[in-house]
Design a protein around this ligand. Structure first.
Ligand SMILES: NC(=O)c1ccc[n+]([C@@H]2O[C@H](COP(=O)([O-])OP(=O)(O)OC[C@H]3O[C@@H](n4cnc5c(N)ncnc54)[C@H](O)[C@@H]3O)[C@@H](O)[C@H]2O)c1
Length: 356
């Protein structure tokens, strides 16, 4: 696998902050977490980065093999629900970026309890460790557009109420509520980011884009839920990482920041675009039973983040999709061990006893 190609030709990213920072990133071996760790180490020379990850679903130690020997980087295998461990790590960090979570909606339908435990109680445990051992440190809670529920028209702003539809989004919404309450009650310095659907290198093949790419490469049927009209707003993972970095440096305590790039496509459009890039026939697409509680459309208004923090997406959707497809084509060694029958299942929410 070639993790360095993850930035696909963006070149050297200029250093914007040379201020020394000791940063704890949780979930840094997963898809977004590994891209975020690399982003921070590339962009900030004077940083110490501790990556705490339980190595669960979505984690892959090879995602960060290129930074393993960087003296500024330390990996700790551990769980954010382990208060004693967190207390030892958290007491002398400047900031925590909480990316760790159980993330697959289909799995949350098959086994909701692990989502409550990891996403809500996990975040609560971080808040408690901060409150008791380092109340001055900053916390960035990496949340999701899914907490707002479906947007049948318009786009949600940060002022809209939460209306989650599935156990995954409910567990993330509950975590957001705890985060805000710790700011108001205990004065903990927190910001929440809510981002739309990410894509890019190192994403587990159970998510839509890698699943379509891998099944197409294997000439397998491409399962699309329902009629394929569900709409998601897509963002390239590096743009998300940049936004979280900016919120970490410039975000205000108690504030929520929506992150979106304005690339709304239906699932069927995404599948067709990937098949076109791979020069595979559209007849591979098959429609399968829809999952329960499947939100029709997600859409975020990110004006606040753009105007107040000066963030904007840099990567074009089509170019990023092409380079992501290319990454999966070139990194078969990365995904082959992961692309099991269960992971590539057409209807994962029907599987019971998915391994934890
Ligand atoms: N993928 C998206 O499109 C998207 C969009 C918006 C927000 N998010 C949020 O971004 C975060 C990361 O998503 P992802 O797609 O990279 O997920 P992922 O499944 O690829 O990675 C999650 C990581 O968290 C780790 N983890 C889970 N529970 C843990 C625990 N209790 N203790 C320590 N580590 C734990 C896993 O081992 C894994 O490495 C999540 O919080 C998710 O809600 C994701």
């Amino acid at each position: 696998m070639t993790p360095a190609s993850a930035n696909h030709g963006t070149g050297t990213i200029p250093h914007i902050s040379e201020k020394h920072m000791r940063l704890l990133v949780t979930g840094g071996l997963g898809f977004i977490g590994s891209n975020f760790c690399r982003h921070m180490l590339t962009k900030h020379a004077d940083i110490e980065l501790i990556n705490l990850d339980k190595i669960g679903i979505g984690a892959n130690p090879s995602n960060l093999c290129d930074v393993e020997n960087d003296t500024r980087y330390t990996f700790i295998k551990g769980d954010i629900r382990n208060f004693q461990l967190l207390s030892r790590i958290i007491h002398d960090v400047d900031a925590v970026v909480n990316i760790a979570a159980e993330t697959h909606v289909d799995r949350s339908i098959a086994d909701p309890f692990i989502f409550l435990q990891n996403n809500t109680i996990g975040t609560f445990t971080i808040l408690e460790a901060l409150r008791k051992h380092n109340p001055k440190a900053k916390l960035i809670q990496v949340s999701t557009d899914e907490v707002y529920g479906q947007a049948l028209e318009g786009s949600f702003t940060e002022r809209d109420p939460l209306n989650p539809s599935n156990p995954y989004s409910a567990s993330k919404a509950a975590a957001d509520m705890f985060v805000l309450s710790y700011c108001k009650t205990y004065g903990i310095n927190v910001s929440i980011t809510r981002c739309t659907n990410n894509f890019g290198p190192c994403q587990l093949p159970e998510k839509l884009i890698p699943k379509v790419i891998i099944r197409a490469l294997k000439n397998l049927a491409i399962p699309i839920y329902g009629s394929g009209t569900n709409i998601r707003d897509w963002i390239y993972v590096e743009d998300h990482c940049e936004a979280v970095d900016i919120v970490l440096n410039r975000g205000k305590s108690g504030e929520i920041y929506n992150i979106s790039a304005g690339n709304e496509f239906s699932n069927i459009e995404i599948a067709k675009k990937i098949l076109t890039i791979l020069d595979k026939p559209e007849r591979l697409i098959t429609f399968v039973e829809d999952r329960p509680g499947h939100d029709l459309r997600y859409s975020l208004d990110s004006t606040k983040t753009r105007t107040l923090l000066g963030w904007q997406p840099k990567f074009s959707f089509q170019h990023s999709l092409e380079s992501t497809v290319q990454w999966y084509v070139e990194n078969e060694n990365w995904w082959t061990p992961l692309a099991t029958e269960d992971i590539l299942s057409p209807t994962p929410w029907r599987l019971s006893g998915i391994p934890p």
